[in-house]
Structures are given as C-alpha cells and as structure tokens.
Design a protein around this ligand. Structure first.
Ligand SMILES: NC(=O)c1ccc[n+]([C@@H]2O[C@H](COP(=O)([O-])OP(=O)(O)OC[C@H]3O[C@@H](n4cnc5c(N)ncnc54)[C@H](OP(=O)(O)O)[C@@H]3O)[C@@H](O)[C@H]2O)c1
Length: 329
C-alpha cells in the first residue's frame, strides 16, 4: 500500500491553540491505545492513520505501553512513520508517555527520572523518531518527588528528545504544583490529558479552572467513554465492540439497563440535532473553552469519519444543554 496524503487535508479541520503556547492542535486528535497493537490488523491500522492525516488530524497520541502487546502500537506506528509518514514529520505532533508498568523491576513504571528517561529512549527507537513533540508523565507518582518527575520532563525537552512537556491524570492540586515547577525550569507545561466525557466529568471539579489559570491546554481522552457514547450498545453488546474484546479495557458490567436508558435518550436528542450520538458527545466536549482537542479512538475508517463530523455542529442551545443535564442526572 503506497500513500500520498490528500492535498485538501487542511481544508476542513479546525486548529485550536493549546493553552498559552504557540502550538495549535487539531480539534480532533487520534489515539493509538486500542486497535494498533500486535493483536490487531496492521492494514486496517494503516488505513485509519492515512485517513486521519488526510482529514487534517495532525496529532497522534501514543504511550510506551499501548498495544497489546505493550510497545507494539509504537512499533507499528514506527513502521508507518518510516515507510509513509517520514516526509510529513514536520506536519505532525506525536506524543508518548511513561508512567504505567512497562518492564520488569523497580524502574519499569511510575515517575522516577530513571523510568521516564529510559522509557522515552525506548519509545523513540520503537517509533523510529529523533524526537517526540509531547512527552507526558502518564500518571502522578505518590512516592516520587514531583520535582524529580517534572525535572525528567524538562531534561527530555532540554536534550531535544521532546519539544513540550505534558502531564496526564493529575488532580488539580498536583497540576498546579507541576505547572509551577515546569514554568520555573523554563519548560512550561503545554498540556494536561485527562479523561473527560458526558459520563465522566471529574475535570469540572477544579481541573478545568486550574488549567485555564495556568495557561495549560487540555486534550480530553476517551470522550466517547470508550464507545459507550455511541449507538453501539443501544441493543446489546455487539461482537465487534471493545466490551466484547478480551483485551479491551471496557468492562461489560458497566453496561447496565439504567445506562442504556440514558444512552437511548441522548441518542434521540442527538438525532434531533442531526448528529449521531458519538458526534454529539464529541461536540459537547469541544464546546468547553478550556478543551483544546478531543482525543478519540477508532476501530475503523468508518468510525473515524463518523466522529470527525462532530465539527459540523458544535453549537448547543441552552435548552439542549439543560436536557443533557437532565438525562445524565
Ligand atoms: N492518558 C491516559 O491515561 C489515557 C487513557 C486512555 C486513553 N488515552 C488516550 O485516548 C485515546 C482515546 O481513548 P479511547 O479509545 O478510549 O476513546 P473513545 O473515543 O472514547 O473510544 C473509542 C472507541 O469508541 C468506539 N467508537 C469510536 N468512534 C465511534 C463512532 N463514531 N461510532 C460508534 N463507536 C465509535 C470504538 O469502539 P469499538 O472498538 O467498540 O468499536 C472505539 O474504539 C487513546 O487512544 C489514548 O491515546 C489516554
């Protein structure tokens, strides 16, 4: 399969400023957590990546442990990078992370300088890159001084192995401290990557305000709650779904009658707005002024194309917003 990007790739995507930085991110970014590992169909993975770039998705999000097997999403991305994307490297924002379990022994996870910097070297090799654009601390480490973890991010930036520093899954208080430490070291925190969707709104409890005050961008992961916020589960659990996949992270037990009832009501509202439920769920996150980008996953090109249409209607009436609140109660 040869690949030449579409010449109209920048025509329809919207690009939003990431916090107070100089960096613009696409309103919709693509994550490689599921569907890009060694257990997945590589041709399908390539098709998704090509379609994404053709549609102006310039940001691809990875982590050391994405697969399964851990590391294989980066390896597969590296193959595509080397063969097809190399000439377009300067048009892309590629991120990776370290912090979750990746290798045996005491240095294979969490937030030590040793773990972060060794992991970044491994990621660069797997992805066949000289640098990543964003390097994240994937999760806060209660047993490592925050100065050490942030110091490792700063070091990566000063070495030129990363252009920007980011944090993920940090609470508001630690985010503020991390941001202060990074600012003092001359490598301000570019971005926070929290989970955020209609079904998981913890960020509204202080984090979004903190990010706004600190001038840090926000990229919302699992904005479809891993696919729950779509028409997929309205009539049971389909075979081709994350909930039915043995290595998927979505537990069948969360799909209760009560949840499905809510999803049905949300779906009816989405249809009234001329959207699929997935599109409405993404538009709803994008409406928040602090959110720079929604970080989606996709099993195939059709899902990606469906989700991208969220950008066609990001306005909500007060009545629609109130109705959503009422359904989610
Ligand atoms: N920082 C962190 O700790 C962290 C944690 C998790 C994720 N992330 C990042 O966030 C990215 C996205 O997470 P996610 O995959 O959970 O996001 P998501 O967009 O909430 O879920 C993606 C899943 O939803 C379903 N889907 C997608 N588009 C659809 C559509 N248009 N209609 C119907 N179903 C649709 C597919 O599930 P099926 O397979 O069931 O079809 C797809 O695999 C990850 O790849 C990763 O980069 C970061």
């Amino acid at each position: 399969m040869n690949y030449t990007p579409s010449s109209s790739r920048y025509d329809r995507m919207k690009y939003r400023r990431c916090g107070n930085s100089g960096l613009l991110l696409p309103a919709v970014s693509l994550g490689l957590w599921h569907n890009f590992g060694s257990v997945d169909d590589f041709d399908n993975a390539k098709k998704i990546l090509f379609k994404a770039f053709d549609r102006g998705i310039t940001h691809f999000d990875l982590a050391n442990n994405y697969g399964p097997l851990p590391g294989t999403a980066e390896k597969n991305f590296g193959k595509v990078m080397k063969k097809h994307f190399k000439a377009y490297r300067d048009e892309m924002i590629i991120s990776t992370k370290a912090g979750y379990l990746m290798w045996d022994g005491p240095y294979g996870e969490w937030g030590s300088r040793k773990n972060l910097l060794a992991s970044l070297d491994q990621s660069l090799k797997r992805m066949k890159l000289e640098y990543v654009d964003i390097f994240y601390s994937h999760r806060p480490d209660p047993n490592t001084p925050l100065e050490e973890t942030m110091g490792a991010l700063t070091h990566a930036v000063k070495q030129g192995k990363a252009l920007y520093a980011g944090i993920s899954n940090y609470n508001p208080e630690m985010t503020k401290r991390a941001s202060e430490i990074l600012r003092k070291s001359g490598t301000p925190c570019l971005i926070h990557q929290p989970r955020y969707s209609m079904l998981d709104r913890w960020v509204e409890n202080g984090l979004l305000n903190t990010l706004e005050k600190e001038g840090v961008g926000c990229i919302a992961f699992s904005p479809l709650a891993q696919g729950l916020l779509s028409n997929k589960y309205l009539k049971g659990i389909p075979e081709d779904s994350r909930a039915a996949t043995p290595h998927g992270f979505l537990q069948k037990s969360v799909i209760t009658k009560e949840l499905v009832n809510k999803l049905k009501k949300l779906n009816a509202l989405a249809l009234k707005r001329g959207q699929s439920l997935a599109q409405m769920a993404l538009s709803w996150v994008l409406v928040k002024p602090q959110v720079t980008s929604v970080l989606i996953g996709a099993r195939n090109v059709e899902q990606l194309e469906d989700s991208l249409k969220c950008m066609e209607n990001t306005e909500f009436t007060t009545e629609e917003l109130n109705k959503i609140e009422e359904i989610l109660k």
